[in-house]
Design a protein around this ligand. Sequence first.
Ligand SMILES: [Zn+2]
Length: 196
Amino acid sequence: MGFPKIFHDLIESLSQFPGVGRRSAERMAFYILKMQPKEVSELARRIEDVQKFIKPCALCNNFSTEEICSLCSSPKREKDVLCIVEEPKDIMAIEKTSQYNGLYYVLLGSISPLDGIEDLNIGKLLRRIASNQIKEVIISTDPDNDGELTAQFLIQKLSPYKVKIYRIAIGIPLGTQIEYIDSATLGKALMDRKPV
Ligand SMILES: [Zn+2]
């Protein structure tokens, strides 16, 4: 109240971002008012650029400005291992671990009976598997209901092919104590125990 409508409109837009509440949106709007005009135009241009130039990679659906993304075209990646994830942001998380050097496939969603999604369009994935370059698949969908359903669906679809199928291990978090772990996670960790 008491501020121009265009200022409230900006707050309205900013508060639509995930994790940004009303108060943070207000703080961002006040900050934008104090920014240099050059900085504001650059911010606006960058927002437009990601929409305009980023498209799904033709091979893996990862974000890319080229037809084929930098991961798929990298000569340094192992070409016979494929990690299947739900969203491009999962690639970012896995890349941060530096523990994986294969390729990816992004499903762009998961099977979600509550949202009425009973099937996934995985034609591109199956064609890639059928081309016989992939020897190993790691299903890295989320360890929640939809992610598990999606994993089961993928296992069923991939099993006719000559490819080893793995599900990412659901472990107990590092630096924690057994007594504080929720029983679903602890139960899964026990089921997925490995020989030492
Ligand atoms: Zn790619």
